[in-house]
Design a binder for this molecule. Sequence first.
Ligand SMILES: [Zn+2]
Length: 471
Amino acid sequence: MSIHWQQKMEAYREELLERLKELCSIESVLDESTAKTGAPFGQGIAEALDYMLKLGEKEGFLTKNIEGYAGHIEYGEGEEIVGILTHLDVVPTGEGWTSNPFEPEIRDGKFYARGVQDDKGPAIAAFFALKLVKELGLSLNRRVRLIFGTDEESQWRDVKYYFEREPMPDLAFTPDADFPIINAEKGLLDLTLSGSAETASAMNEGEWKLARFEAGQRPNMVPDFAAVRLEGDGDVFELKEQIQDFLLTHRIRGYAEEADDHLMLVMEGVAHHGSEPDQGVNAAYCMARLLRGIQLDKNGNRYISLIHDLLDDSYFGEKLGIAQEDEQVGRLTVNGGVFRYESGKGQHVELNIRYPISGDMESIRNQVAEKVHPYGLEITHVDHKPGNYVRPDHPLVKTLQNVYEEQTGEKGEPFSIGGATYARALRPGVVFGPLFPGHPEKAHQKDEFMVVDDLVKAAALYAQAIYELAK
Ligand SMILES: [Zn+2]
């Protein structure tokens, strides 16, 4: 039997857009201040979840709300479950929107609203996909569950809670990133390193005290800004010359500012996502390179040496002794994302490490702990998400690939990424859309949009995917 999925989905275009407008009008941003029993992430998110489940009820699907943490819409019969995981929480809007982010607008064939791409558009597309499968009267051997998470943008407390109470689907995908298929994601390890930095003992002649060093806000971003405060009574003129030389030879933007009793140094780098640390310019590393040429107090020097000895110009873990790679996802990466040093108070570094599927988190962690120990640092916090890998010949991947190739006429080869997606909440799980190759990524940005035609195309792909996986 051959079904023209794209054509069938066209019939739902207007209705799909209407429902998406309603869903995107709900301000489902995490709001602990309105949290209560049954609405653990606040009123807006609870409303969005209610909205989706009511939609399912009206359609005659089974629905279940897991105490406001997550919910699902279920259709079909069978022991096994096919799952489609989306989320209804959105990130805050930020500034600079052309239209109100919670008053959806269609302009030039683009649907503008906070969350339309990430991830309400996909949630609605998956809903209409299931509705189409139902209305076609196709018989299924597996149950289909549309699972709606509500804390993807923060701490994933939704999926944790949900899967402690509900079964893991036997086959599942999440439309929360890119087409065609993401089947491999590196393991993620954020390490916080902390230690003391006693007040500098008596300063030697010509030394500067590193009073403060600050760079970066988040471990998963390459810092684009570093600021340092130096104190002492060395030769300011000479120091400023040295700094100018450094900025010129390294073509880095920055400046030195002199005040009564101190000198401020500022350096600009180039921000980039922490999964590709070699693609940005790390302002902290640059600053450390400059300060290596300046005589600093003992503790200050130790902090700068740490950056130089273990991190600078070593984006793949070589200096830390954790370099490794595999065929599935490639090389381990290390991003030094946050740096804080205050003389007499303490020192602090946050690392974002992404390691191959074959890697071992414990041994990486132990190796880092050993390496930073001589610099007076210890690992004080660990945030870990294991990697995700589904073989390219797994029926889940094969099926989605066939659906994609059949409908789009394009190659549907699965690919790997260094970032983390909702797919890791699933076992097995892969990403399937919603962003088509080459289309602009607008998630988390101002004027977030999805091309209306793409929404309909994605919904048709999800409909066939549901059918092929559950039949
Ligand atoms: Zn998302």
